[in-house]
Design a protein around this ligand. Structure first.
Ligand SMILES: NC(=O)c1ccc[n+]([C@@H]2O[C@H](COP(=O)([O-])OP(=O)(O)OC[C@H]3O[C@@H](n4cnc5c(N)ncnc54)[C@H](OP(=O)(O)O)[C@@H]3O)[C@@H](O)[C@H]2O)c1
Length: 258
């Protein structure tokens, strides 16, 4: 039997501070919004200040802050973690949401420089943020990391082979870190299929009904679908869950597709 939970469903992040990378829009912003709705405070990151300003305006100046920079920049990582501790006093939840895919097509023709950048941002940066968050006290007590992977990390997909390779590595990194950081810190991942964001636009724009029809649940994902899954994994509701990848895909992988 686990511990009896007395936390209210609506206040799962009361008194907690989360850092969500790549969160000026899309999935990251939905995650940040959900954490704030459930009583938490949040720091969002992204490269462009304008998008971050809009996000903080929406999330609320008392409950949200932002630091601009690229997720794979070590100085930005250090400055962000320091700013969170200074402004909010602790760091309890890290969501490694930033992911890029600057390479499309068969791997045989892919530019190795672009592939290295994918690994830097999608895998190594997630490890670096996690190390820095843990060093900042993430586990004192009950810290949680959630990595945003992809169903593309579960099996091969045409055109996005190295993106998928990086997400497969992120899923393995999730398991490895979960084993190494237990019991102080839980580490889990979410693997979405296509979610209606700018990042995925090329996969559905102009043919959304056709793409949605390939999903057993009959629609593409919304950023809030992922926000809800991340909130579960980051909260005490998942206090006995670590090293797992929660597939949130409208049933797509059930039907054999990705
Ligand atoms: N959408 C999907 O269908 C889908 C499916 C599976 C997995 N995912 C994963 O979900 C995550 C979020 O994707 P999304 O669809 O929400 O994308 P999105 O709507 O395009 O948002 C991307 C966010 O990340 C920021 N960003 C981009 N590159 C960055 C960098 N190098 N450093 C810091 N911030 C950066 C962007 O702001 P700036 O442009 O200002 O930097 C923006 O806030 C990614 O890891 C992606 O792989 C998405």
């Amino acid at each position: 039997m686990g511990q009896e939970s007395t936390a209210s469903i609506t206040g799962r992040f009361e008194g907690r501070v989360a850092l969500v990378t790549g969160a000026s829009r899309g999935i990251g912003l939905a995650v940040a919004r959900r954490i704030v709705q459930e009583g938490g405070r949040v720091c969002v990151t992204g490269r462009k200040q304008e998008g971050l300003d809009a996000a903080v305006a929406e999330l609320g100046g008392d409950t949200a802050m932002a630091v601009a920079g690229s997720a794979d920049d070590p100085d930005h990582q250090d400055a962000t973690v320091a700013a969170v501790l200074e402004q909010f006093g602790s760091l309890d939840v890290l969501v490694n949401n930033t992911g890029i895919n600057p390479s499309y097509g068969p791997l045989a023709q892919a530019d190795l420089g672009a592939l290295r950048k994918i690994l830097e941002v999608n895998v190594l940066a997630a490890l670096a943020w996690t190390r820095k968050a843990v060093a900042a006290g993430l586990g004192a007590p009950g810290g949680a990391v959630v990595n945003i992977a992809s169903v593309a990390g579960l099996k091969p997909a045409a055109g996005i082979g190295f993106y998928g390779t990086s997400k497969a590595a992120l899923i393995h990194l999730t398991q490895q870190l979960a084993a190494e950081l237990a019991p102080e810190v839980r580490v889990n991942a979410v693997a979405p299929a296509v979610v209606r964001t700018r990042f995925a636009g090329a996969l559905f724009e102009g043919r959304e009904a056709e793409v949605a029809a390939t999903y057993p649940l009959g629609r593409l994902g919304a950023p809030d679908d992922i926000g809800a899954a991340v909130a579960f994994l980051a909260s005490d509701d998942a206090s006995w869950v670590t090293g797992q990848t929660l597939v949130v895909d409208g049933g797509l992988t059930l039907s054999g597709g990705i």
